[in-house]
Ligand binder design. Structure first.
Ligand code: PLP
Length: 389
């Protein structure tokens, strides 16, 4: 075959496989996707329509994004992330994903090691492999709510280590790394001059006393961080494919050189939609957060009733959780999930997709209507009762 080894090394996505299998079955209770089920607020679509009618969207924009959009992003970064930036440090990207890909491409040479606190978002692993980098997994401390193992990270650093890549709030575990943990991580990065690449997609979705902290707000880290954000989750704009990154002026030209061959620029219509999202009321974010908090509480209550099957860490943020499966059958999470789908009509995501320490777990998404959570758990209660005889 004529394919590249680089791409052949990327495993098939279990999330997409579960989606494909789910389509073969009727009336599935679907907890597999980390995708907001609500729509974006109306004013966002209206701004896009008016940009189309006014003939603003037919050409390319500057590759790093419309100036007025980057100006609003700079204000948001200051207000919500405590990050000081000017517009030349911002690149508007095709979702957080393309920002992360461009940041990794601009940072990692073939054979360079990238530390991933794991379990971690499967796409990050694949992006490192696509850049011919070597993902190095450092397990988080599950019993302690999947906290960062700072000593473990320190011990894993070699002369080949180039970067640390994490997401907080986390997909798949829902953990929010604390300011204290991230300040310790920053010290390590500075000591070894490593790049830290962050995925802050769920920045607004944190619960109770857990607060999102951007490592890019530490002034000493300015040259060592690329912070990636998105409109996907905050404004339920998944399909608009728009996010942005912020980095030091020195590395931005390199990131732009990686961004252009993949995207040239973000669809201009989406840039006008994002501009409207930033300029208008931010109320929808709090409404989404409240909805996810209520759904999280429901999912935890339902999991408590299945305590002979699952053990879980309560998510501190995001809209995902990552229970461990007690049953013998759970050791192979792919098979477990496929069986659960076929026999109980509940679609989840196998933990093995999220790095080696993800095996034996499954990922559940609670950004779904509460009826869906109840249906899924009603079915699982019956299924596991039968399974145990
Ligand atoms: C941690 C994380 N990062 C990024 C993304 C995708 O973001 P975007 O749509 O902005 O590319 C997801 C989507 O599920 C995610 O969970």
């Amino acid at each position: 075959m004529n394919h590249s080894n680089r791409v052949a090394n990327i495993p098939k996505s279990a999330i997409h496989e579960m989606t494909r299998l789910s389509k073969e079955i009727e009336d599935v209770a679907f907890l597999s996707w980390a995708k907001p089920t609500s729509g974006a607020p109306d004013h966002i679509g209206e701004a896009a329509i008016s940009a189309i009618i006014n003939g603003l969207v037919d050409g390319y924009s500057v590759s790093s994004g419309l100036v007025e959009l980057r100006q609003e992003i700079v204000k948001k970064l200051k207000r919500d992330n405590n990050i000081e930036a000017n517009i030349s440090q911002v690149v508007v990207t095709v979702g957080a994903i393309e920002g992360l890909a461009a940041a990794i491409m601009a940072t990692v040479d073939p054979g360079d090691e990238v530390i991933l606190p794991s379990p971690t978002y499967s796409t990050h692993i694949n992006q490192v492999v696509l850049a011919s980098g070597v993902p190095v997994f450092v397990p988080t401390i599950e019993e302690d709510g999947f906290r960062l193992d700072i000593k473990g990270i320190q011990k894993t650093i070699t002369p080949k280590t180039k970067a640390i890549l994490y997401c907080s709030p986390s997909n798949p575990t829902g953990t929010v790394f604390s300011e204290q943990e991230l300040r310790q991580l920053a010290e390590i990065a500075l000591e070894h001059n490593l790049m830290v690449i962050t995925d802050e997609a769920y920045e607004y979705f944190t619960f109770e006393n857990h607060k999102h902290f951007s490592i890019g707000s530490i002034p000493e880290m300015q040259k060592n961080v690329v912070s990636c954000f998105t409109f996907t989750k905050s404004y339920a704009m998944t399909g608009w494919r728009i996010g942005y990154l912020i980095a030091d002026e020195e590395i931005i030209p390199q990131i732009n050189k990686a961004h252009i061959p993949f995207a040239i620029c973000v669809p201009v219509v989406s840039q006008y939609a994002a501009l409207a999202a930033l300029k208008n009321s931010q109320q929808c974010i709090e409404e989404f957060r409240q909805k996810y908090l209520s759904a999280r509480n429901l999912m935890c209550q339902r999991l408590d009733r299945l305590d002979s099957v699952f053990e879980y860490q309560k998510p501190e943020g995001s809209y995902l959780m990552f229970p461990k499966i007690f049953l013998e059958e759970g050791k192979d999470s792919q098979q477990f999930c496929e069986k659960l789908l076929r026999e109980a009509k509940v679609s989840t995501t196998p933990g093995v997709d999220f790095g080696p320490t993800g095996e034996g777990h499954l990922r559940l998404s609670f950004c779904v209507p509460e009826e869906m959570i109840n249906t899924a758990f009603d079915r699982m209660e019956v299924y596991f009762k039968q399974l145990k005889g």
